[in-house]
Design a binder for this molecule. Structure first.
Ligand code: ADP
Ligand code: MG
Length: 434
């Protein structure tokens, strides 16, 4: 899995765990407070109505509630900064510090016997495996037990030994659950990675077979003509022409394959699209004429530019216009147009050729998909890769026997970040999308 994708999944999972954790936290806190301040005094008259009778208790009590509620927008803010991992620590620390303070305030120096802490602490221990994070688990267990130890020492109360023992028992149980979670997750990740590795090997195998096949044909033919030339011992221009054609074909295949192996380019520059299109149309005009095809072009006044590399963009348009020509064996017309639509600069290549059946469209970007006798099935695959590298997209509209329109869209220059513009003037690479 690509690290960025893995990170994205991790962040999403953490956000889900946070939502569950925050909801359960407030449910536990509210239920516990309703019980100790309302229900318990009602059913047991010996319990003091402390919340209602003691005003010095109400203010810190409300403050703590406000503080805890304010953690919700704070954790959302961290989430937006791609840091959802902070939330659980925030809640734990705020709760523990405030509960330690109120307990010190309530018990130390008074004759009240220290009655052990709250079920919210137990909640933290029981639900810490939710995050499958051993560090958080250790901090929770260590934090809660230390709080009991501190309170026991401050109030000289041996009562704390029992809750500490109980908490230790719960900690062991949750540790076992956490470990199971962890090893379950590790197994899933491992088997996923093994599967994707096998898949990659299979894809490499398929591509290698395809390449061998593609290259072997022209090579065999070249060998044959060299042998023929040798046998006849005279120069035959017909053979040379065919040999040149085969060499040309090999060059096209190799050029296409270079793009596949190339890592994504970071050296993008603004390229004037009209110049690329004119270059391609000029190059193919004669071939089109021979096949009784007219290429019409339409460009807007505005000098539209896209972020990319001149040579590669020409390669894309060359592939597409060539395909359009090849789709019209009986002649016709091709329309090449350039337009700007909101945030996209779009190049349309429209033919009135054989068209592409709907079910074949998903295969267009796959290697070696070709319906032509001499096709390599690499042109479109390479074009898709180049367009993707430049943050663009390709749309195909086609009707069998009616024609095909390829629309290639790139984000307008204004969508690249501000440092792009600075680097642009310095004429160097590394451009990033906003
Ligand atoms: P190749 O041209 O070598 O066959 P491509 O990757 O360029 O390989 O194209 C793959 C296939 O997509 C073609 O064989 C053809 O079936 C189909 N195709 C591409 N462009 C068009 C078009 N304009 N009209 C009809 N079919 C097309
Ligand atoms: Mg092609």
């Amino acid at each position: 899995m690509r690290p960025s994708i893995r990170n994205e999944i991790k962040i999403k999972e953490e956000e889900r765990a946070n939502t569950l954790f925050i909801s359960l936290f407030f449910i536990t806190v509210i239920l516990y407070d309703v019980y100790r301040f309302i229900i318990s005094p009602l059913i047991d008259p010996h319990t003091d109505m402390i919340l209602l009778n003691d005003t010095s208790f109400i203010i810190p009590f409300i403050l703590i509630y406000l503080l805890e509620v304010s953690l919700i927008p704070i954790s959302r803010w961290y989430s937006n900064k791609q840091l959802p991992y902070v939330t659980k620590y925030l809640f734990f620390i705020v709760f523990m510090v405030s509960s330690l303070m109120t307990e010190i305030f309530h018990y130390v120096g008074t004759s009240d016997v220290y009655a052990s802490g709250s079920p919210v602490e137990l909640f933290f221990i029981l639900f810490s495996p939710l995050f499958v994070n051993k560090k958080f688990y250790m901090i929770v267990v260590g934090g809660v037990i230390s709080k009991y130890a501190i309170m026991g020492t401050l109030t000289m109360s041996p009562i704390v030994v029992l809750p500490i023992l109980l908490l230790l028992l719960f900690s062991v149980i949750t540790f076992i659950i956490l470990n199971r979670f962890q090893s379950y997750l590790d197994t899933i990740v491992e088997s996923y990675e093994r599967a994707s590795h096998n898949e990659k090997l299979a894809a490499i195998g398929r591509i290698a077979t395809g390449i061998t096949h593609e290259i072997k044909n022209p090579l065999t033919s070249l060998k044959g003509f060299v042998q023929l030339q040798d046998l006849e011992k005279t120069y035959n221009p017909k053979y040379s022409r065919i040999m040149l054609q085969e060499l040309e074909r090999l060059t096209i295949i190799v050029n296409d394959l270079i793009v596949i192996g190339k890592p994504q380019s970071t050296h993008l520059k603004p390229v004037v699209i009209k110049d690329c299109l004119e270059y391609v149309v000029n190059l193919l005009e004669q071939e089109a004429e021979r096949k009784q095809i007219t290429i019409y072009t339409s460009y807007p006044e505005e000098r539209l530019q896209v972020m990319g590399e001149d040579v590669r963009l020409k390669q894309v348009f060359l592939n597409m216009v060539k395909n359009a020509i090849e789709a019209m064996p009986h002649g016709g017309e091709i329309r090449v147009s350039l337009l700007k639509e909101k945030e996209w600069t779009t190049i349309q290549i429209k033919d009135r050729g054989v068209g592409i059946p709907k079910e074949a469209i998903p295969q267009l970007n796959q290697a070696f998909y070709s319906t032509k006798e001499n096709g390599t099935g690499l042109g479109l695959m390479v074009s898709y890769k180049i367009v993707e590298d430049y943050h663009g997209k390709i749309d195909v509209q086609s009707e069998v026997n009616q024609g095909t329109t390829f629309s290639i869209s790139f984000p307008t220059l204004s969508q690249f970040s501000a440092d792009t513009v600075v680097k642009l003037s310095a004429n160097q690479g590394n451009y990033h999308m906003k």
